[in-house]
Design a binder for this molecule. Structure first.
Ligand code: MBD
Ligand code: FE
Length: 281
């Protein structure tokens, strides 16, 4: 049996829920004084939809059944990151001056193997796909290289699957952290990812197909770039001309995040340079 034959929504959803449960909450504590205002407005928005669309008991029951199923499938991290996170990110990063951020999504795992400045990302013998040399420099807002910055990269394979969220893939496959040297430079030798399809056999997929939308995200690299005294940026990079770049189901593409790789100087695959300027913490 191949790994692709056994990658189910319930499997990847359960893993994403377990990963979230272990996650260090990035934003810190929630202010109890804001709960009433946010809850009141959230419920008012929902009440308004019920009135405007004259929602029926059949529709209300269908909603309840679906909400229960999203939890049973372990798909709340997936659903929320696809349909809500992009606005939270927009608010969180509104004042950032340097590298442009976008959503993290459900598939980040801290603790990937660490390397100095240039590495081949952990991958299987004969890993499928087009080789990609992805390199750049981490600087401060003035363009001074940052030594000791970490560039944490994770992405899907050539079938659109993430290690630790689909069966049969080595634990840290296509996940690596580089620590920059004095010149701030990093270079990853990896394999270009494929577009990501929201699992069609789970409740998020059922929601998308009921609405008549498509379930795809464009191919992307995920990154977290940080350094002591700097503000960590979480982002993704996309490939110019790739499928769904103009039509991401998660609405997380921004023009600054589109890579234009060219043929690699080595003669195999592609290469591209992308620099990150970090805001002060
Ligand atoms: C992904 O790979 C992803 O990056 C996001 C944001 C949501 C679902 C799958
Ligand atoms: Fe992703």
């Amino acid at each position: 049996m191949t790994e692709t034959a056994t990658a189910t929504a319930a499997g990847s959803g359960a893993n994403a829920t377990a990963t979230f449960a272990k996650k260090e909450r990035s934003g810190g504590a929630v202010d109890p004084a804001r709960v009433s205002a946010i809850a009141t407005d959230t419920l008012a928005a929902l009440h308004d939809v019920v009135r405007r669309h004259q929602v029926t008991y059949a529709e209300y029951d269908a909603l309840k059944a679906w909400l229960i199923q999203v939890g049973a499938d372990g798909e709340w991290p997936l659903f929320l990151d696809v349909f809500v996170e992009h606005v939270v990110e927009e608010v969180a990063n509104a004042d950032r001056k340097g590298a442009v951020g976008t959503i993290e999504g459900p598939y980040y795992v801290p603790g990937a193997p660490e390397f100095d400045s240039e590495t081949t990302v952990p991958m299987r013998d004969g890993e499928k796909g087009t080789p990609l040399l992805f390199q750049g420099t981490v600087t401060d807002l003035d363009g001074t290289p940052v030594e000791g910055a970490t560039v944490d990269l994770w992405h899907a394979d050539d079938d659109g699957f993430y290690s630790q969220f689909a069966p049969g893939i080595p634990e840290w496959n296509l996940r690596a952290v580089i620590r920059t040297g004095a010149d701030g430079h990093f270079a990853f030798h990896t394999m270009q990812p494929a577009p990501y399809q929201i699992p069609t056999d789970g409740s998020t997929g059922a929601f998308i197909s009921a609405a008549g939308w498509h379930p795809w995200r464009p191919a992307h690299l995920h990154l977290k770039v940080s350094a002591p005294g700097k503000d960590l940026v979480t982002t993704q990079l996309y490939f110019d001309g790739g499928d769904y770049v103009g039509d991401d189901v998660a609405q997380a593409v921004k023009p600054e995040l589109i890579l234009r790789p060219g043929p690699a100087a080595s003669g195999t695959g592609n290469e591209v340079t992308y620099d990150f300027a970090l805001d002060p913490a």
